[in-house]
Design a protein around this ligand. Structure first.
Ligand SMILES: [Ca+2]
Ligand SMILES: [Ca+2]
Ligand SMILES: [Ca+2]
Length: 473
């Protein structure tokens, strides 16, 4: 694998500053900050934009809360505190969560959580959403490697209809990470029912990649690439491009293969010895957490970026915040400038991030100021109000989609001023699935070109852009 030098490349594109205590300016875009769900969520760990246009939040103590993003009203939809092994002072509890990839037809939510059992066990269970609460827990996997710390436990549904789970070493120093018979320190690829996919890279094994320490960030970009952020020991945090079968080093290598830190005696030639280096590292560790791929037109300055939550700062802990990692065109390199590419640096430990796919608004879950979960715990919203107002300006006659919902062709009728413009269709989880140019005021997406689900279309012309949602049945 190509080795990538650790360099902090100054980004000419982004210029970030705070206009005042509330707003965040990125280039020519201003994001208005609003605190929602004040004192309504406790130790939020996962935050997801749900198919019901609400925020779904796991609390480490063992609950799932559903938060109305407009009113901030938080409703408990699962209380699993009697099952989950929560320890306030360290790291276990209810952790990662994702939606079934076909949630409209199969309304299941997958959650990872730790339970007691010779210390700790990590578990994956599905719960059914009945419109009011999460019911019918079904164990998908149990007895996964865990400890009081380093639980990993991010989970995503991948484009190929599988689940990918990140598991940490559980604090065992990394002995599990290089042991192919242990689930510790691994990425695991799992069928939705918990069985081993027939096309997994190692026969009859869940293991997808190995040599991980505590990977707590996991995302798949629209082109299929999978990125993971990983906590280092003390010296080097990592951003990895996850490729099946590869060995990401821990505990033999931390960060780049560079004989640092000196106490672990890294091999002199990692490539020959089969170790994969990260795309980027940060030293000393500043506690990298979950990340998303951002490509929404609401914030054009963030086109093709990874937005990564960071809990601590550098050595003085002042540089925590949301890190903007600019991907290159083919997604194989990132650039980051610590002087310009950190935003939301005044809100404590940023644990997780999600996006409203309709208007590009960002939501951040924070865990207060200190390890492991001092308050205040809250959710903040960062919204480009101007993007909505462009939408409003041309409402009525600008863009009509019919029929909606559609069981066949999806037809579009656009205003004259949009001729010569472009359109993009974005899936509910933020992936661009179609794009094209507008050469007629009437055009259509043929039956079968889109899977069933909810979509968001943005059309752009000289006067601005218009966005609409539609549903394919
Ligand atoms: Ca997340
Ligand atoms: Ca590594
Ligand atoms: Ca190193």
């Amino acid at each position: 694998m190509k080795l990538i030098q650790y360099t902090l490349i100054a980004s000419l594109l982004l210029s970030v500053s705070y206009c005042n205590a509330q707003d965040v300016t990125i280039g020519s875009t201003t994001l208005t900050e609003r605190e929602i769900a004040v004192d309504a969520v406790y130790t939020p760990w996962e935050i997801q934009w749900g198919p019901d246009d609400h925020l779904w939040v796991t609390e480490r103590q063992g609950r799932v809360m559903r938060v109305d993003p407009i009113t901030g009203l938080a409703t408990e939809i699962l209380d699993y505190q009697s099952v989950v092994n929560y320890n306030f002072a360290i790291e276990p509890g209810m952790l990662g969560m994702c939606f079934h990839p076909d949630f409209e037809n199969t309304p299941l939510v997958y959650i990872m959580y730790t339970t007691p059992g010779g210390g700790y066990n990590n578990n994956l269970a599905s719960f059914e959403w009945d419109g009011t609460e999460l019911i019918n827990p079904t164990i998908i996997l149990d007895n996964l490697h865990a400890g009081g710390i380093h639980s990993g436990s991010r989970i995503i549904a991948t484009q190929d209809g599988k689940l990918l789970l990140s598991l940490g070493d559980g604090g065992d120093g990394g002995s599990s990470s290089q042991n192919m018979n242990s689930t510790g320190g691994k990425m695991l690829r799992v069928n939705l029912d918990g069985t081993i996919p027939a096309d997994n890279p190692f026969p009859d094994s869940y293991v997808y990649s190995y040599g991980h320490r505590n990977p707590q960030g996991l995302v798949q970009a629209p082109d299929g690439k999978i990125y993971s952020s990983e906590h280092g020991q003390e010296a080097q945090d990592e951003l990895n491009l996850i490729v099946p079968t590869l060995n990401y080093g821990w505990p033999d290598v931390e960060g780049f293969c560079d004989d640092y830190p000196s106490n672990i005696n890294e091999p002199t030639n990692c490539e020959e010895e089969g170790y994969t280096e990260p795309l980027m590292e940060w030293r000393p560790c500043m506690a990298v957490n979950d990340l998303i791929y951002y490509n929404h037109p609401a914030i054009p300055e963030l086109e093709n970026t990874l937005l990564m939550c960071v809990m601590k700062g550098f050595s003085n802990q002042s540089d925590r915040g949301l890190f903007i990692l600019q991907l290159n065109e083919d997604g194989t390199e990132v650039t980051f400038d610590e002087n310009n590419d950190i935003i939301i640096s005044n809100r404590g430990r940023l644990r997780d991030i999600c996006v409203n796919p309709h208007d590009g608004t960002i939501y951040i879950a924070v865990n207060g100021s200190g390890y492991s979960n001092d308050g205040p715990n809250s959710i903040y919203e960062y919204k480009n109000e101007a993007f909505d107002s462009v939408d409003e300006k041309v409402t009525g006659g600008g863009l009509t989609i019919y029929p909606n919902p559609s069981a066949g062709d999806v037809k579009f009728e656009v205003a004259e001023h949009l001729l010569g413009g472009t359109y993009e269709v974005i899936s509910y989880d933020g992936k661009k699935v179609l794009e094209g140019s507008i050469s007629s005021t009437n055009f259509e997406i043929k039956d079968g070109a889109l899977n069933s689900g909810s979509y968001y279309v943005v059309v752009r012309g000289d006067l601005g852009s218009i966005s609409r949602t539609f549903i394919v049945q």
